[in-house]
Design a binder for this molecule. Sequence first.
Ligand code: G1P
Length: 293
Amino acid sequence: MTIRKAVIPAAGLGGLLYPITKVQPKEMLPLGRKPAVQLVVEELIGAGLTEVCIVTSRGRRAIEDYFSFASDDGGFGADRDTFATALVEKRVHVSFVEQPEPRGMGEALLRAREFVDDEPFVVALGDAVITGTQAPGGLVQRMEHTMEATGCDAVVAVRTVDRAQVSQYGVVTPIGAPAGKAHFMVADIVEKPPIEEAPSTIAVAGRYILQPLIFDYLEETPPGFGGELQLTDALRRMVHDRESIWAEFMRPGERRFDLGNFLQYSRAFIHFSLNDPEVGLSVKEYLQQLVMG
Ligand code: G1P
């Protein structure tokens, strides 16, 4: 099995980041030198994917405009831009579909049904950037192997979070004790449970591999958390029916950055600036000066 396709939902309104997300999606916010969505696409290219569909919200063209430079070089000159070059050389095709109304990530995925057709596909959330996951053996590739080895319906990437954070994430119930394992079977999955109801502290990390069967479940799933159609709810129905979902742990060294709110965004930006090969050291000195007074 070789997975070729990925869908990046990037149609959220980014309300917690207003006003910087008023005219541009949060996926276009810079992390160091690159917009977040570019880092996500680079991760997918590294995992060997060649067909990417980005779901954008109606009227917000920034992501599409940004990617159009890859085909016409946007005046930058493809030789000066390694990302544009990688897209061309690896024959990666990026397409777009619109989500007319902000009705949730599950509904955004339904917009990509035609693109996905009848193949298993990756879902990579455009506002969740993962570092330290280079191929071979990167997170998405390990998930692909797990799907191949088990023949399951879905693999979700997970990591353990502090109990205080569980209500921000999808949370899984493992079958058996998952400690020390690379992956495990999922008994149940619930979206953003209150802390006292959370079945574990193992949280869904924003990467999924799904069989196209998920679309039938999404069609039948009513709106859930926040009045939006949640992928987690469709996965829940699927696991109850078919008991065929696996979870893949992120490894130590693989780090995840959320862009949900300003504190998360600030942390992510600082991380990428500090790790910049050209200015990282100077940024570090500057921060030290600021902090030391
Ligand atoms: C989404 C998913 C949630 C997952 C999270 C990871 O939530 O619905 O299950 O844990 O992404 O980033 P969101 O961050 O869009 O609210």
